[in-house]
Design a protein around this ligand. Structure first.
Ligand code: CUA
Length: 322
């Protein structure tokens, strides 16, 4: 075997660990998905080995002109036994399904995180038990570790799909519907999520993160995020004068646009443009100047015509926004 071929064989294994793998589960829902995969794989291997063995055996028998015996092996090895195994796998899959997709009815009074897929980012709203919005953010979700997080998944324009491989199965986001999904993280960490349904030019640039933190830290964060902090007045003035507030909201300021991502407390985020760029002043400035170059198809217009100093001031303002 040439080294290239071996490299090709093991290539898929490189994605088997880390914060972006369905085979490296970080919670019970994801563990069920991984278990389903391995059981299906084992069943597939048994069928494949059995079929090949039946084929070789019957070819030999045929050469020995023992047609009747060859036919029997083909019938059992090629049809009856695979059918039994496939039925067993199907029953197992259907039995496991409720555990993979725990369902919490809409009228049940639980805290939810409403995530809306939009071209090409994620609107995130934290709802209280009564279903009222506590606050809104984008592209980065926080959940308490060890507790089920209930998501209400929606779409604003076309079909998207919400998928955090380390935390569970994917769930489509369909315009006009709300799909429930429950995910639990057993250990602290930041897990990468992606859009798993082709939704337009920048579908591949529509990622997000889910950060699981200790429950008391999460509560403190929720309480703190309900009040807005201070920000640099010059940066805010340039932001407002250039009309940024028509599309983006920053709580506690006149910026109250609802079209684009809510930028309240943008300074605490770790990525930019739906996990496409780094959260640095340089990357923020690049995005503000030419968003459509970085993410084809975004609704945000270019601001490259502004004086460079203004773009830099806006970027610095957003980078530190509390
Ligand atoms: Cu959104 Cu693909």
């Amino acid at each position: 075997l040439c080294p290239g071929f071996i490299a090709l064989l093991v290539l898929p294994l490189t994605s088997c660990s880390g914060t972006h793998s369905a085979l490296d589960p970080a919670g019970p829902e994801a563990a069920n998905v991984a278990q389903l995969f391995f059981v299906m794989l084992a069943g597939g291997v048994v069928i494949w080995v059995g079929l090949v063995a039946a084929l070789i055996y019957s070819a030999r028998k045929k050469r020995e002109h023992s047609e009747e015996s060859a036919g029997r092996v083909i019938l059992w090895g090629g049809a009856v036994i695979p059918t039994i195994i496939l039925c067993a796998l199907l029953s197992y899959g259907m039995w496991l399904m409720p555990a993979i997709r725990p369902w919490v009815p809409d009228d049940q009074q639980v805290r939810r995180i409403e995530v809306t897929g939009e071209q090409f980012w994620w609107r995130v709203r934290y709802l209280d038990e009564a279903g009222e919005t506590m606050f809104e953010t984008a592209n980065e979700v926080r959940i308490p570790v060890g507790e089920p997080a209930h998501f209400s998944l929606k779409a604003a324009d076309v079909i998207h799909s919400f998928w955090v491989p380390s935390l569970g199965g994917k769930m489509d986001m369909i315009p006009g519907r709300t799909n429930p999904l429950t995910l639990t993280a057993d250990r602290e960490g930041t897990y990468r999520g992606v859009c798993a349904e082709f939704c337009g030019e920048s579908h591949a640039l529509m990622a997000f993160t889910v950060r699981a933190v200790a429950p008391d830290e999460h509560e403190a964060w929720l309480a703190e995020r309900r009040v807005s902090g201070s920000q640099d007045a010059e940066g805010l003035a340039i932001f407002l004068n250039n009309g940024c507030g028509a599309c983006h909201a920053i709580s506690g300021t006149p910026a109250n646009g609802r079209i684009g991502p809510d930028l309240t407390a943008f300074g605490e985020r770790t990525t930019l443009a739906a996990a496409t760029l780094r959260h640095t002043a340089e990357d923020i400035a690049r995005f503000v100047a030419y968003p459509g170059v970085i993410k084809p198809g975004v609704k945000m217009p270019h601001f490259g015509m502004l004086p460079e100093d203004d773009i830099k001031t806006i970027a610095a303002f957003l980078k530190e926004l509390k």
